[in-house]
Design a protein around this ligand. Structure first.
Ligand SMILES: Nc1ncnc2c1ncn2[C@@H]1O[C@H](COP(=O)(O)OP(=O)(O)OP(=O)(O)O)[C@@H](O)[C@H]1O
Length: 592
């Protein structure tokens, strides 16, 4: 199973989060507005203790009920202001954040489409899925709450502390005593929580991969009776994730206990000292009420610190995971700048000393392709045969540059494929794979993916060539939905649609990786005959596993030990090449 890449060296939380700036920039005024609203709301709440102090030392001390109305109205006003401003803050951010999330997800998806196949070989799909869903959600939530409240709560804390000092500096010093140990504890916690958050998010991705694989492979699991094994595997991974989540919860609980406990002790001490001061006449009851109300108003900013730090950490991890994909080098990263188009010279498809090894191949293993030389003449159909695992599929994948050669070159009509712009190359070369993937769309959309500009005649011709007349009998003809969310088709039917997709644009070069394996020999012959007729000018390379396929090609090439060791007609090779004879007779099985 492909895995995700090893995470890059850990960055600091702030550096990771700063990378979000290009996305946050367009909505910076909304973020500022939302922060200002929240700040004003919180500060208006801080004024309440001052009004209380006035009430206690004024109207209450002097038993003047008439003087109560004005400060009480002020209290109500501050309360309403606080509620209104918090409401405004939420309303202001809802739409811009939804747009930001859409942009980020769009960039992630676009990047995934442009990344090379070798990237997708390495990354488990669940890891990518979790980046596009739960990580995006975490980042959006961070911008909506923790980012704003880290700023607001810190400011409220500073202002509130100032008010407490101005009311009674001795009580304020007592209340502030836990500040230093809290800072040390928070930074210790941040390091540990950050590691746990990264682990949990990666484990979430692994779990998504298991779910996806079991859904896609449900038939295989059931037929082999492996669903219990798979369920056990799922459970084991879910237990691991639960362990990590519990570790996160434990870390958070410990921090909360300290963050809540220490200030409470300090506040209790300040209360005792304050009562003593009032009793001794060193301060007024109103000042003590004002001081304590301010201290209580600061409880949330302090208590929320743990939660805000934890969430910021998760958002930083989600950001790192997002940029791991966005930073991965694109398929065209090493392209030559002077890309040209084909010259009119008809030369067909040439492999010249082509070498290739997969990036993750073991260091001591030889190259998979060790100097392939092969010329497929213009308009010729060349069959490619070889034992299983000899590299046939790999060789064909090099032509549309799904992978790049590690040595030698491939030319189309004399032009090195690396000198062709990629879109042009993919227009010239069409492929059909043994495993025919259909998308959740209509038959028509699936086939026309091979040539979006093709008309209905081209569609009909392609369906006829691929012997896909069964389409006419589908409930809604070519408008019938197929793929994962549509009608289930048989393997042979799907292969024929995939073939129609490959030929619909009348490509100049056609690469077929055993695309007829699910067809009976009779239908295969019909398809081959139609292909020859319709694509008379097309140069084709066809990976063949069956003698019936081989016989329909003009010539056959034998791939052995990373090289082409024999080329000729089927009959010539049967006579002159013992290895080919062996392969065809099944002694050295084509599908060993
Ligand atoms: N993405 C990949 N990363 C690393 N190794 C790979 C990858 N794909 C294939 N291989 C390895 O390369 C070798 C050749 O595989 P390839 O699919 O090209 O063979 P093939 O001749 O087409 O086989 P078959 O006849 O069974 O389809 C195999 O050993 C395979 O394990």
């Amino acid at each position: 199973m492909p895995q995700h890449d090893t995470p890059a060296a850990p960055r600091s939380t702030i550096r990771s989060l700063l990378r979000l700036w290009p996305y946050a920039r367009p909505i910076r005024w909304y973020l500022t507005g939302s922060t200002v609203s929240a700040l004003l709301a919180s500060l208006s709440a801080l004024l309440i203790p001052l009004v209380l102090r006035h009430i206690v030392d004024g109207p209450v001390a002097h038993r003047d009920t008439a003087a109560l109305w004005a400060p009480c109205a002020l209290l109500l006003l501050f309360g309403l202001l606080e509620a209104g401003l918090f409401g405004l803050r939420r309303w202001m951010l809802a739409k811009p954040l939804a747009v930001l999330e859409r942009r980020m997800r769009g960039d992630l998806y676009a990047r995934l489409q442009r990344l090379p196949v070798s990237f997708h070989d390495r990354w488990a799909s669940g890891q990518l899925l979790s980046r596009a869903t739960s990580d995006m959600f975490t980042i959006r939530l961070f911008l909506a709450f923790p980012l704003v409240f880290l700023i607001v709560n810190s400011t409220v804390f500073l202002v509130g502390t100032g008010i407490m000092f101005s009311l009674d500096w001795q009580l304020a010093v007592i209340a502030m005593l836990p500040a230093a140990p809290l800072v040390v504890l928070c930074s210790y916690f941040e390091r540990r929580y950050s590691a746990a958050a990264r682990k949990a998010q990666d484990q979430n991705g692994d779990l998504a991969t298991v779910i996806e694989e079991s859904v896609l492979g449900i038939r295989i699991l059931k037929s082999f009776g492996r669903h219990r094994t798979m369920a056990a595997r799922y459970r084991a991974q879910a237990v691991e994730l639960r362990g990590t989540e519990l570790l996160k919860a434990r870390l958070l609980a410990n921090l909360w206990a300290v963050i809540v406990g220490l200030p409470e002790v300090a506040l209790g001490t300040a209360l005792a000292v304050g009562v003593w001061q009032v009793a001794e006449g060193h301060t007024t009851a109103g000042t003590l009420v004002g001081f304590l109300s301010t201290a209580l108003a600061l409880r949330w900013p302090i208590e929320s610190l743990g939660w805000l730090l934890a969430y910021s950490n998760e958002a930083a991890t989600a950001t790192d995971r997002f940029f791991e994909v966005l930073d991965a080098p694109l398929a065209d990263a090493g392209d030559r700048p002077a890309a040209t188009d084909l010259t009119p010279r008809r030369d067909g498809l040439r492999f010249e000393g082509v070498r290739f090894r997969y990036p993750d191949a073991p260091a001591d293993s030889p190259d998979l392709l060790q100097g392939v030389d092969l010329h497929v003449r213009p308009g010729e159909t060349m069959a490619l045969v070889g034992t299983t695992g000899s590299g046939k599929t790999t060789l064909t994948a090099l032509v549309p540059r799904l992978y790049d050669t590690t040595g030698g070159r491939i030319t189309l009509d004399g032009v090195d494929i690396r000198d062709l712009p990629r879109p042009r190359l993919r227009e010239l070369v069409s492929m059909a794979f043994e495993e025919p993937t259909l998308f959740s769309a209509s038959v028509r959309e699936n086939v026309l993916m091979g040539a979006p500009d093709a008309d209905d005649d081209a569609l009909d011709r392609a369906l006829r060539t691929a012997q896909a007349d069964f389409v006419r009998n589908l409930p809604e003809g070519t408008a019938t939905q197929v793929g994962e969310q549509g009608l289930s088709l048989s393997g042979g039917q799907r292969q024929r649609l995939a073939l129609a997709r490959a030929v619909v644009g009348s490509p100049e070069f056609l690469i077929l990786d055993d695309p007829l394996s699910a067809l009976d020999v009779h239908t295969e012959a019909l398809v081959e005959a139609a292909l020859r007729e319709v694509l008379a000018d097309t140069t084709a390379l066809v990976v063949a596993h069956r003698p019936s396929t081989v016989q329909l090609a003009d010539r056959v090439a034998l791939l052995e030990d990373g090289r082409i060791t024999a080329v000729g007609t089927h009959h010539d090779l049967l006579e002159s090449c013992p290895a080919y004879r062996e392969l065809m007779s099944g002694e050295r099985s084509l599908a060993r």
